[in-house]
Design a protein around this ligand. Structure first.
Ligand code: MN
Length: 341
């Protein structure tokens, strides 16, 4: 996935009365619609990064899309584009995506399977929904790499977790440890990630790492986290220090959500377009090297776009006139009064 919004709109933060019922404090992060490009410009709902909060643990990007009728939206067609200093994590609920990258990976991304692409110092990739995909529905997340690992060689990891069943529902733990399951995927900072599904009426309390901050993205159904209603496509944030969290399915259908978290990321990052660095100069250099089709990003073989006249690679946008500064992130404490108005 590629970030086309180089000049995101600023939002006003309007204080609202706290609406929690006790237990963990919950901060609601609402999404904004962002066009992804492609033939008919499929739209995604972006909850991270935002002015309100730019990271949860090392998770620094969250795009939620669908369920989309591909005959209407055109599906996903993202031509080769670069990344630095991050991992992309693709998680689908429905449909399939063909992934090609400069690490030599040619993978079909399927529902319920995690695909981690680690950019290291540079990678390029393409993503297209497959010909037989009628409905596309999923999430793409990015994870910032810590300084000591961010210049590593590019790589790709795939993991298909087994379904974990419990009285109130079921889960797929794709990274880290949760509900007694541990994913074998290696991480560069402590992380957790899982799809959780809860039965109608179920109230589910589960243990979490108190060193972690967490986000809960509601994909389908109707829930409350710690007594706070969460609407579809909202990201409900809880800070560090919590030992358990309670989710209630308040609807008549199965509720589905994506749960992710990690230890608060300690470094300040500079994030622009598809690059993560530490300074403006680093990001500017990555941009220049991508425009020059440098070896740094390798070469993507196998990309076939949906539009025969479409672009063969995505050029970087112009750099802003002002110096790109580090992302601001509030402390790892939920602020229930913050709500985008
Ligand atoms: Mn991408």
């Amino acid at each position: 996935m590629s970030d086309l919004s180089v000049d995101p709109t600023e939002h006003e933060l309007t204080p609202q009365p706290p609406h929690g019922m006790g237990g963990a404090k919950v901060e609601i992060i609402t999404s904004r619609d962002v066009p992804l490009g492609g033939l008919r410009s499929m739209k995604v709902k972006r909850t991270l990064p935002q002015r309100q909060r730019s990271m949860i643990g090392a998770w620094c990007f969250c795009d939620h899309y669908g369920p989309d009728d591909v005959s209407v939206t055109g599906g996903m067609d993202v031509a080769p584009h670069p990344h630095t200093g991050l991992q992309t994590v693709s998680w689908l609920f429905q449909g399939k995506i063909m992934h090609h990258d400069a690490a030599g990976t040619h993978a079909v991304v399927r529902p319920g399977e995690a695909n981690f692409m680690t950019a290291g110092s540079g990678i390029s990739h393409s993503e297209t929904s497959t010909q037989d995909t009628k409905v596309l529905h999923g999430v793409q997340l990015w994870v910032a790499l810590p300084d000591e690992d961010r210049n590593m060689l590019r790589r790709f990891d795939h993991f298909a977790p087994e379904l974990t069943k419990f009285d109130e529902g079921e889960a797929l733990v794709f990274v880290g440890s949760l509900l007694g399951e541990t994913s074998p995927v290696s991480t560069f900072t402590p992380l957790v990630g899982a799809e959780i599904r809860l039965n109608p009426g179920a109230e589910f309390t589960f243990e979490v790492d108190p060193e972690f901050e967490h986000g809960l993205l509601l994909d389908a159904g109707s829930i409350e986290l710690e007594g706070v209603p969460v609407a579809r496509a909202e990201l409900a944030y809880t800070g560090i220090g919590e030992k358990t969290l309670t989710i209630k399915n308040t609807g008549d259908d199965m509720a589905r959500m994506l749960f992710f978290g990690g230890e608060p990321f300690k470094e300040r990052i500079v994030m622009w377009w598809n690059f993560i660095g530490r300074t403006h100069e680093e990001v500017a250099k990555a941009r220049e090297e991508w425009q020059a089709r440098s070896e740094r990003f390798g070469y993507v073989e196998g990309y076939i776009g949906h539009d025969p006249k479409g672009m063969e690679w995505i050029p970087a946008p112009k750099l802003p006139n002002a110096k790109i500064t580090a992302r601001k992130n509030p402390g790892p404490v939920a602020r229930p009064e913050m709500r985008i108005g």
